[in-house]
Design a binder for this molecule. Sequence first.
Ligand SMILES: [Zn+2]
Length: 323
Amino acid sequence: MIEQIEDHLWRIEVPLPGNPLKSINSYVIKSPSRNLIIDTGLDRQECLDAILAGLAEVDVDLDETDFFITHMHADHSALVPKLARDGSKIYFNRPDAEVFEGVSPWETILEYAGRNGFPEDELRAALESHPGYKHGVTKIPDFTFLEDGDPLEIGDYRFRCVQTPGHTKGHTCLYEPEKKIFVSGDHILIDITPNIQCWRDGMNPLGDYLASLDKVRALDIELVLPGHRRLLRNCRERIDELKRHHDIRAEETLSVLSVGTQSAYQIASRLTWDLDCASWDLFPVAQKWFATGETIAHLRWLEERGEVCSETEANNVTFSRAH
Ligand SMILES: [Zn+2]
């Protein structure tokens, strides 16, 4: 499915089979010199077929096309190597590229999840069902790195990069100040709360995310082009809703902690989740995975604010309310 949004700008809906997100938005900008494709899809046939059909419909020549990837997640990045041609530039951010290049990031994450109370038998199952593991980037392409504030021009679109760490460490949006268009990736979505997870020590991704929301709130934006689902116009209202959501979740996390010291996995099992399951035990393991990562992000944020303390003993991390 392809729809025109503005002059020279289209949205291709790329399906994500079996994924609750349903699809990802790939944006295409045509110009007399180079074209630009923003985000792509998973490395699987359904995604490739959909994007090629869309590109054929508006007559985009991949030999004349560059790419911009908002962040490292497989649904946005993994199809790039199948689409890029020899002369294609692939614009990307450095912090996320370092994760691609890191030594076996999955092993590090598994170890960290285990320390946070994730049961051993569920860990492997969670990994096997993770879309980023199954359909992720197999060959790391050559990137052209862009930093916060860098310009990116395609025809009459004069974008500037707005780095918005949180959803990933280097997540980067594109802002067109004259047209007041904002390409938000997974930083701002309309009816889904962007997933903020923490799988590493010494990081506070939720704190980063909230600061990035404030950074975008200051921009004059009329149209947001998100990575999933519908476009949105009321950007500031949506940002305020997202901030409120995290305040409520933080409060709930603190109230779960009032029963005593627990692992992040235990805390996650006692929080309420918007899922069609009668109990935590019936949650699909992939959902337990996202829930635990999100809970750690909230705990880390509360710890930074002095409301929660963590303790590591015999390689097990537990959290309690600060007194
Ligand atoms: Zn993402």
